[in-house]
Write a protein that binds this ligand. Structure first.
Ligand code: SAM
Length: 283
């Protein structure tokens, strides 16, 4: 009921039509009263930095769906690789109740300097603390991050493109993924074992063209079980948020299981996120 009140207050500033839409969505999908995520209107912008989109919303929805497990995990270090605008790392910190005296450390990297600046402004706008570093994946941080990352999130450049487009300067580095969109993803998969703690969880956004089943198979060979936390079809792509964790015998596990967020829930939840994003438009 508290949720409903919060959303009704937000709806006050909108037109009657939108008020009805927000209210209807809120009845089903408003997060629990104490769960906050980053506000799209407070997210920093830069022409060369990726704005929060369906993939970013899907990743945050996956983190929200796993809130209880993430809290129970009592993470010491959370890392986002490829933080872009900072929407995801800020949301993760808010989901885990980041505050100045919190013991959880939040760290984010991006290969783009503009993205690092934008993330810093998004964090500041939400009064959230995190360290943000310019890095190619985690280069230069390997020693510090050696098997100590408890929560790792990555929304990579996953769009299949010609290889020469991968890693170029500018906004293209946000999406250009090379052959099958796997070039940056595969580099990440090759270092994951050296980063994750024994209780660590890794969330990865992928699309059908990346072959999520094969990604899970690769991770299984490295000793990780997998699950699809969110699966969502948009006009342009079929998004998956995959989750990986260490197991003694990953061969015991069957293939990636069905999403814990049902298709109906996720599509309505997406509608809620999208409407909210449109209502609180960027300056
Ligand atoms: C699809 S965007 C995601 C941005 C943000 N995390 C979100 O979900 O809205 C991918 C991000 O990864 C960054 N990126 C691309 N290649 C990278 C690399 N090798 N190392 C670190 N970041 C990289 C891009 O600059 C971009 O900000």
């Amino acid at each position: 009921m508290d949720n409903l009140i919060v959303c009704l207050i937000e709806a006050k500033d909108t037109t009657t039509v939108h008020s009805k839409i927000v209210l209807t969505s809120a009845l089903f999908f408003a997060p629990s009263p104490r769960t906050r995520i980053a506000e799209v209107r407070l997210v920093g912008r830069h022409p060369e930095v990726y704005e929060p989109c369906d993939d970013s919303f899907a990743l945050v929805d996956a983190l929200l769906a796993d809130k209880a497990q993430l809290e129970e995990l009592k993470p010491s270090l959370c890392l986002e690789v490829g933080c872009g605008s900072g929407y995801v790392i800020t949301s993760l910190a808010l989901i885990l109740g980041n505050c100045s005296n919190s013991e959880v450390q939040f760290l984010a990297t991006d290969v783009s300097e503009a993205a690092v600046h934008t993330t810093c402004s998004t964090l500041a706008a939400h009064h959230v603390n995190a360290e943000v570093v310019v890095a190619d994946l985690v280069s230069g941080l390997e020693k510090r991050l050696d098997k100590v990352v408890d929560v790792l999130v990555f929304n990579p450049p996953y769009v299949p493109t010609p290889e020469h487009e991968v890693g170029v300067e500018g906004i293209a580095s946000a999406w250009a993924g090379g052959d099958r969109g796997r070039m940056v993803i595969d580099r990440m998969l090759s270092i994951i074992d050296s980063l994750l703690s024994s209780k660590g969880i890794f969330y990865l956004v992928a699309v059908t063209e990346n072959n999520p089943g094969e990604i899970c198979q690769v991770m299984r060979c490295k000793g990780f079980a997998s699950r699809i936390v969110v699966q969502r079809h948009t006009d342009e792509e079929s998004l998956h948020v995959l989750k990986f964790w260490r197991v003694d015998d990953p061969l015991d596990q069957e293939g990636p299981t069905t999403p814990s967020v049902s298709p109906r829930t996720s599509s309505l939840h997406r509608t809620f996120s999208q409407r909210l994003a449109r209502l609180v438009s960027f300056k």
